[in-house]
Design a protein around this ligand. Structure first.
Ligand SMILES: Cc1cc2nc3c(=O)[nH]c(=O)nc-3n(C[C@H](O)[C@H](O)[C@H](O)COP(=O)(O)OP(=O)(O)OC[C@H]3O[C@@H](n4cnc5c(N)ncnc54)[C@H](O)[C@@H]3O)c2cc1C
Ligand code: SF4
Length: 521
């Protein structure tokens, strides 16, 4: 007897879509999420607490950001109910149709995904920055594109953010939350509008960001799905026609066991790959998993160059984190395919001073008011432009379980073999374009030494590891995410994406989940 019809592991873009659509079909659904259920008052942007997730001691440290270091490659990802939608920069964009022509199962082409991309756009309420709300970064992007003769490649990116057309930078204290207007979304959840506070990556204080807990997961819960936060799945074993899970309850500090007829692994590119590697190679509960497991991983060619402008205020800590793009995905720059974006970041010092000024002991005192005013002017990075972007690199990574330094007899440490040469041409093309755009607009920049000398990269867009394919010799799951050799076991998240997209991947991951859900009875 199963405890649930379906258990979904992880509540990011794959998991939230699956949970919602399975609940709509009347299934008894349980979502197990290793991270917390966040409320705006707990977000790091507001509380200044609970920043990090630590995979080695998740019962002690189960915060917002899970940063993994794998030598030449580091990966940033979110943890919490809503997965990467809590931490992400809101860009919600279709992949280019040509991307699906090579390396994908025959059934997955842009035309097959297009109706599902449209559904995602509607559920996530995707919009573009209003013309009267261009940030200094947006204007610099537009000017730079014009100056290098690429004006037609510039566009505003679609974002899962709700903007108020009446908001503008001329308002008194424009980023203050009092300028955010309340509204109610299609799932009946109250949200606010954007005040360009710049905190998108550390929690949107006004809930202008359309995160998954406010739409897909809200709908799933309204339909009876149960979501258990701080529950980390450690092992999956076939049992009867379904699967039994060993789950660590991080709050209760105990291990529980649950059974479901169908299991959907949606723990993200790293999380799903690691869980299945452990089940195949460490616990040996799923020994028939494809030999391709862990292979074909890509960093999606993410790269950032910081440029300095002596005579220009850019204030990258204000405005939505990413607002615009200059599109070179057609390969016209010597064959390298990439997508340049502006990259903002939160004003951590300013946030801290503002919070200090609003402390109940300081509120309405001279010191409190001074701290709040100072917070607004503190921005030491106001002349900095972070040029960001992604590139279509070749999938050059392989995850495996390797030996620990201090306990070499234990082969249970997640490791990555990363061949930087597979990313070199694409990433270098993007890095060179950053310098060209900087020079054209009177700034100064050099390519970071971490890339020039060490070929080290950091990515927030891990893709692959449980790649989808037409058969088990090429991948781990089919086009609906069902695991080859294990009926009723599915992977549906960034881990199934078999190639780089060269732009922000969350909408494609959600569209693939919509596609799979539409084909699962
Ligand atoms: C700073 C930052 C900015 C980004 N900006 C953008 C952007 O603007 N646009 C965009 O498209 N993408 C962006 N991304 C990437 C985006 O967040 C990811 O591509 C996306 O979230 C991946 O979706 P997913 O479903 O694969 O996994 P996730 O969204 O990561 O969800 C996986 C979930 O599974 C949980 N989990 C993991 N292991 C277990 C386990 N064993 N048991 C239970 N739960 C588990 C995790 O806590 C997580 O909540 C950004 C990422 C970062 C870090
Ligand atoms: S800029 Fe601020 S208000 Fe706007 S979406 Fe980002 S965090 Fe929310």
């Amino acid at each position: 007897m199963s405890d649930f019809d379906s258990i979904v592991i992880g509540s990011g873009f794959g998991g939230a879509v699956m949970a919602c659509r399975l609940a709509e079909k009347g299934a008894r659904v349980l979502v197990l999420e290793r991270g917390r259920r966040w409320k705006p008052e707990d977000y790091p942007s507001v509380s200044q607490k609970h920043w990090l997730w630590d995979e080695d001691e998740p019962e002690q440290q189960n915060g917002w950001l899970d940063f993994r270091y794998f030598g030449d490659m580091s990966v940033a990802q979110g943890a919490g109910v809503g997965g990467g939608s809590l931490i992400y920069a809101n860009v919600s964009i279709d992949a280019k149709p040509e991307i699906f022509e090579n390396g994908w199962p025959a059934a997955i082409r842009y035309a097959a995904l297009k109706p599902h991309y449209d559904t995602v756009a509607q559920m996530m309420s995707v919009q573009r920055l209003p013309e009267n709300q261009f940030t200094a970064r947006t204007r610099l992007m537009q000017e730079a594109a014009g100056k290098i003769g690429a004006a037609d490649r510039f566009s505003l990116v679609p974002q899962a953010v709700t903007f108020d057309p009446d908001w503008h930078y001329g308002l008194d204290d424009p980023h203050d939350a009092r300028h955010s207007k309340r509204w109610v979304n299609d799932q009946g959840v109250a949200q606010g509008t954007c005040t360009h506070c710049g905190n998108c990556d550390i929690g949107c204080p006004t809930q202008a960001k359309n995160t998954l807990d406010l739409n897909y997961l809200a709908r799933a819960e309204q339909l009876g799905a149960e979501v258990r936060a701080l529950h980390q799945v450690r092992c999956i074993t076939p049992e009867g026609s379904g699967y039994r899970l060993q789950v660590r309850d991080l709050e209760g500090r105990r291990t529980i066991s649950l059974k479901a007829e169908r299991v959907f692994i949606c723990a993200g590119s790293i999380g799903s790959t690691e869980l299945l590697l452990r089940c195949r190679d460490q616990y040996r509960t799923l020994p028939k998993l494809s030999a391709r497991l862990g292979q074909g991983w890509t960093s999606n060619g993410d790269f950032l160059t910081a440029a300095w402008y002596d005579d220009r205020e850019i204030s990258p800590t204000r405005g939505p984190t990413i607002s615009a793009a200059i599109d070179f995905l057609d390969g016209s720059e010597g064959g390298a395919r990439f997508f340049v974006e502006d990259g903002g970041f939160p004003d951590l010092l300013g946030n801290l001073m503002e919070k200090g000024g609003r402390h109940y002991r300081l509120r309405n005192t001279r010191l409190g008011r001074a701290l709040e005013r100072r917070a607004d002017r503190s921005d030491p990075a106001r002349r900095l432009m972070p040029w960001f972007g992604q590139a279509v690199d070749e999938p050059g990574g392989q995850f495996y379980l390797g030996r620990r330094w201090l306990m070499p007899w234990r082969k249970d440490r997640l490791k990555l073999k990363w061949d930087y040469r597979k990313a070199e041409q694409a990433v270098q093309g993007l890095a060179d374009m950053h310098l060209k755009l900087t020079e054209a607009t009177g700034g100064e920049a050099t390519t970071p030494a971490t890339w020039r000398w060490f070929r080290n990269l950091v990515t927030p867009h891990p893709l692959g590891g449980c790649n989808m394919a037409d058969d088990v010799s090429q991948g781990v799951v089919d086009d609906r995410g069902e695991v080859f050799g294990y009926p009723n076991l599915f992977v549906m998240d960034g881990a199934v994406v078999p190639t780089a997209l060269g732009l922000n991947p969350s909408k494609t991951i959600a569209a693939l989940a919509e596609y799979a859900a539409a084909r699962i009875a």
